[in-house]
Design a protein around this ligand. Structure first.
Ligand code: ATP
Ligand code: MG
Length: 392
């Protein structure tokens, strides 16, 4: 059982003066993620490294799995922690470590050494060389290859000594909380949860909005969206999900506007409402799951017509993704099975047989004037229907 984990991070490492901001956010997110694991851990940062020390028994697999979902981590190294860092003891523990890790010792290796304790009686190259010699002495099947070793054993001498050779890949990305906040338009489909996941990976916090159209969309459809929000919150952190009653607006569009323009006009109202919610809750951008050409409402012309109503930047991380690639991500992040549950979506309930694929913005604007008399009040009612569900 490993007593500690050393956390390596990639992009944060290249930050200048602000680096501590990113490191502190990563430490916070790791602490938060480990709250869900049965065990007591101490998370600390020390000279470009984050260490997790287990202060009790814990579930190794579960701990690794949880850490693999924290953005900002490049690799997780399960580490042997040696408190008595006297040279004799370090050599003894390096041998025990290798013996415990590798039953078959027919491999090439190299010992990498790092020393931040400059009072230690050996330099880093000396530690590497000496530890290598001790290992060969003890396990003659092992052989050194300094260029392409099969096993890289690292010995770090700090306030304690740390020995590790395994590196479990992390999610990469940036710690959530460092990249501002955005409003995700979250439907019950496959795409939008993936879009949220991808933007969160760049360190962005998010709230979400779901447009609900009861009785055309059921409580089960709403629950599905809440479940999706909860599933991505493992990656994104806490999400405040706004559920907006969209029925009245949708009905009005259906009654007053040309049916082939329904989806575009509806999407424009969704964007307008989402933008207001975003501004009210400190979000600096919107996120959607759109992808060029996926459906009639996502052609270049449709996207332009939808985009036109917003002033905040709209991020569409899936814009150049094929559906199959989006599905692969959704399977990996475990949203796919929920997304494909067959509950109706407000877009499918009111969809036209032959929607425009190349909407003309001027024509759309003109169609929207048919709503002039009623839309102001309807928007007010939609805003005041806001039900906030917190997940994560
Ligand atoms: P998804 O799989 O994300 O539902 P989709 O392929 O069904 O996407 P559309 O229905 O055209 O595509 O929706 C495009 C985007 O608009 C979605 O990715 C989502 O961001 C947003 N959206 C659509 N419907 C809703 C809704 N009911 N509530 C909130 N956002 C929505
Ligand atoms: Mg959809």
């Amino acid at each position: 059982m490993y007593k500690a984990f050393l956390i390596k991070y990639s992009e944060i490492g290249i930050k200048g003066k602000n680096r501590y901001v990113f490191e502190d956010a990563l430490v916070r997110n790791i602490v938060k993620a480990l709250e869900g694991v049965d065990g007591v851990f101490d998370v600390s940062k020390e000279q470009g490294r984050i260490y997790i020390e287990a202060k009790s028994d814990y579930d190794y697999e579960e701990t690794c799995e949880v850490l693999q979902k924290v953005f900002g981590i490049a690799a997780i190294c399960p580490t042997e922690l040696v408190e008595d860092k006297s040279w004799e003891n370090v050599c003894k523990r390096v041998c025990e470590f290798v013996d415990g890790q590798y039953e078959d010792k027919n491999f090439t290796f190299k010992v990498f050494a790092k020393r931040s304790d400059k009072t230690y009686p050996f330099t880093s190259p000396e530690i590497g060389r000496e530890a290598g010699a001790v290992l060969i002495d003890r396990f003659p099947e092992m052989s050194v290859d300094v260029h392409e070793p099969e096993v890289k054993i690292t010995v770090e001498i700090r306030s304690c000594a740390y020995i590790y050779s395994k590196s479990i890949p992390g999610s990469g990305g940036m710690p959530v909380g460092c990249g501002g906040k955005a409003m995700l338009l979250l439907s019950g489909g496959i795409d939008s949860p993936v879009a949220g996941y991808m933007i969160a990976k760049r360190g962005v916090n998010m709230d979400a909005v779901y447009f609900h159209a009861p009785p055309y969309t059921s409580e089960r459809a709403k629950k599905k969206v809440v479940d999706l929000a909860r599933k991505i919150s493992v990656y994104t952190g806490k999400i405040r999900l706004h559920v907006i009653n969209f029925t009245e607006i949708q009905m009005a569009i259906y009654e007053k506007c040309p049916h082939d323009e329904l989806t575009i006009i509806m999407r424009r109202y969704m964007m307008r409402i989402a933008e207001k919610l975003a501004i009210d809750s400190g979000c600096l951008s919107l996120i959607t799951g759109e992808s060029i050409g996926q459906v009639a409402s996502q052609t270049m012309q449709s996207l332009a017509a939808t985009n036109e109503v917003c002033t905040l930047p709209v991020f569409r991380p899936l814009i150049a993704f094929d559906k199959q690639d989006i599905i692969s991500v959704s399977e990996r992040i475990d949203t796919f099975e929920t997304s494909i549950l067959p509950y109706e979506d407000c877009c499918t309930t009111f969809v036209a047989k032959h929607p425009v694929t190349k909407p003309d913005v001027m024509v759309i604007r003109k169609s929207e004037t048919k709503l002039e008399d009623v839309i102001g009040e309807m928007l007010e009612r939609a805003y005041s229907s806001d039900e906030i569900i917190e997940v994560g």
